[in-house]
Write a protein that binds this ligand. Structure first.
Ligand code: UFG
Length: 328
């Protein structure tokens, strides 16, 4: 299988690229390097390009005889999406529409698409199953839901065959320790706690401790990035084996509070993170926990990392070894 991975130099992308290659896939990474890192995929076939560049995209599909696409290239910060909605609709919606047009024009109809738990908004019950109402509370979630709906229509009418994976909270790093999470700015909890343990920030802000949860802080479902990546390998194999278009949640099924994540990180590192309680961050639902029963049943997906400390230990290995992230 010759696979184009858009956004393959990003955090989840680069981990997935490695797993696809280990599974025998011939991967071409396609990334504009705005947020991705060339060093994260330094041993992979690489094309520097943008999903808006139809000519380069089409040439790349032809030249490498691509038969499927894994599409990560997108903006993914909830907070920024609320203040720069145009950037998010343009990149995530128009950019993806462009990619779909180029794929279909070149006879490529298999697609694994990065979606998000943010499509559900503030759910009525937990854990969340795929058919529950989709009411995103932020622009980022809306861009992904729009594209899920577009893909369903293209699947019905133009023969697109896609699997959308709704990620919960990706974290951790490849146990090899040479690739990991490196965003600028960093907004995610696990890397920020580890940076606080290393004394590399002014301290961690706990966004709200008055939520209706066991210790007042938000509950999220933290899933190891390689378990997420492995789901893409299975989804792609399913598409090649004739599986029809589908949508799956991807989480661990266990919820942890912000305070529990901080305690686990302190236990793993043996260090203390400086922290303080701050006001709630707007748009944060109290609890987001996935049911991933459907992907377990249909595709035989099994997370390898269940224990939160073992997940954080892999992230710690990356941060300790690379306190400034990838070279810039
Ligand atoms: N948090 C803090 N302090 C921080 C950063 C985060 O208390 O400095 C809290 C947040 O309020 C939240 C939890 O830690 O309760 C996790 O926050 P993240 O920013 O790490 O992740 P989110 O849950 O906000 O969002 C992530 C992805 C989204 C995706 C979502 C789906 O970044 O793209 O998971 O669950 F949509």
């Amino acid at each position: 299988m010759n696979i184009l991975v858009t956004g393959g130099a990003g955090y989840i992308g680069s981990h997935t690229v490695r797993l696809l290659e280990q599974a025998g896939g011939k991967v071409v990474v396609y990334d504009n390097l705005i947020t991705g890192h060339r060093d994260a995929v330094k041993n992979s076939l690489f094309v520097e390009g943008d999903i808006f560049d139809s000519e380069l995209l089409g040439d790349t599909l032809k030249r490498y005889e691509i038969s499927s696409v894994v599409h990560f290239a997108a903006y993914s910060l909830v907070g920024v999406s609320m203040v720069k909605p145009r950037d998010y609709y343009h990149n995530n919606v128009v950019g993806t529409l462009n990619l779909l047009d180029v794929m279909l024009a070149n006879g490529v109809n298999k697609l694994v698409f990065s979606s998000t738990a943010a499509v559900y908004g503030e759910p009525d019950s937990s854990p969340i199953t795929e058919e529950m109402p989709k009411n995103p509370t932020n622009v980022y979630g809306r861009t992904k839901l729009i594209m899920e709906n577009v893909m369903a229509d293209y699947s019905r009418t133009y023969g697109l065959n896609y699997i959308a994976l709704r990620y919960f909270n990706a974290c951790g790093a490849d146990p090899a320790g040479d690739i990991g999470e490196d965003h600028l700015p960093e907004t995610h909890l696990v890397p920020l706690v580890l940076k606080a343990c290393l004394g590399k920030t002014d301290g961690l802000k706990i966004f709200g401790d008055d939520y209706p949860t066991r210790d007042g802080t938000c509950i999220r479902d933290y899933i190891h990035v390689n378990d997420l990546g492995q789901a893409h390998v299975l989804a792609l194999k399913a598409l090649y084996n004739g599986h029809g278009s589908d949508v799956y949640n991807l989480g661990n099924g266990n919820g942890f509070t912000v305070k529990e994540i901080i305690e686990a990180a302190e236990a793993v590192t043996g260090l203390t993170a400086s922290k303080e309680v701050a006001p709630r961050r707007s748009g944060d639902p109290a609890v987001l926990v996935a049911s991933s029963e459907k992907i377990r049943q249909d595709l035989g997906w099994q997370p390898e990392y269940i224990d939160i400390k073992s997940i954080i230990a892999t992230a710690w290995r990356w941060h300790k070894g690379n306190p400034d992230g990838f070279a810039r």
